[in-house]
Design a protein around this ligand. Structure first.
Ligand SMILES: Cc1cc2nc3c(=O)[nH]c(=O)nc-3n(C[C@H](O)[C@H](O)[C@H](O)COP(=O)(O)O)c2cc1C
Length: 252
């Protein structure tokens, strides 16, 4: 999928008043995603969540947003801006997951900055920057020009990001996301080092995709006679004889 829907939302206050109560009524644990255009925006959003009920177990800080104070570059493209935003969001008083962009030269550096700023976990990855051009009209297919690529095509990008951050920063929890549509896709992210997995684009084709992925993972794990899928987490890094990947263009 290539999208440019932007970041919509009713705002934290309206969300707390109208959207959260029905979620809480389901008994589900809730992770709330916040974003901003300035560090102050993030701080305000986080502070407004300080009194949220305990079912709000974590706050995901989406850093893939233009920083209007820094020539419109994205927060997630800068280690210092990422750290600054994480520090500013401590007021929510619950674990924060830094949602990072794969569109960077050194994702490990950004993940490290998020951890320094107080992130308990990183969510990897947001969409990959893409574009489509309509050859008939000779203009952009999406109104905004570029867009974010997601779904099956970005799954290997997510696996690589999770893998490399897990290898470099053991101990930092990772939530894997990108192109998960089947149980095996989730297993791949767990093997790369994710402790949890999210399902995004697949829900557009099938709103029950997360439940289907979970069921697929359960069936697959059962066939492997696995006691718990937690044994998968990071297992690829523990493989005996796993060759040090020479990071050349050829191996990429
Ligand atoms: C239509 C659409 C809207 C999205 N909106 C957000 C958003 O508001 N905040 C965010 O952190 N990520 C957003 N994402 C990114 C997804 O959460 C996810 O990181 C990415 O799409 C890769 O996962 P997937 O292939 O399972 O969708 C959006 C993705 C899509 C396709």
């Amino acid at each position: 999928m290539l999208n440019s829907v932007g970041l919509q939302g009713p705002g934290v206050e309206a969300w707390l008043e109208h959207d959260l109560p029905p979620l809480v009524a389901t008994g589900a644990r809730v992770v709330v995603s916040i974003w901003g255009r300035t560090v102050e925006d993030y701080r305000r959003a986080a502070d407004l969540l300080a009194d949220a009920p305990p079912m709000v177990v974590a706050v995901e800080v989406n850093l893939s947003c233009p920083n209007v104070e820094d020539r419109r570059s994205m927060f997630a493209h800068s280690a210092s801006a990422t750290e600054e935003v994480l520090v500013a969001t401590a007021g929510c008083g619950r674990p924060r997951w830094a949602k990072l962009s794969p569109n960077v030269t050194d994702l490990v550096e950004i993940a490290e900055a998020a951890r320094r700023g107080g992130a308990e976990a990183v969510t990897l990855v947001n969409t990959v920057m893409g574009m489509a051009i309509d050859v008939q009209t000779r203009t952009y297919s999406l109104g905004a020009g570029g867009g974010g690529l997601s779904g099956t095509a970005v799954h290997p990008v997510a696996v690589r990001a999770v893998h490399d951050v897990a290898a470099a920063l053991p101990g930092l929890a990772i939530v894997g996301v990108g192109g998960v549509a089947r149980g095996e896709d989730a297993a791949e992210l767990l093997l790369a080092g994710a402790a949890a997995v999210q399902v995004g684009t697949a829900t557009f084709a099938d709103p029950r995709a997360p439940a289907r992925v979970l069921e697929g993972l359960r069936t697959w794990a059962g066939r492997q006679r696995m006691a718990s899928v937690s044994e998968l987490v990071g297992a690829v890094h523990r493989q005996v004889g796993d060759p040090e990947l020479e990071d050349t263009e050829a191996t990429r």
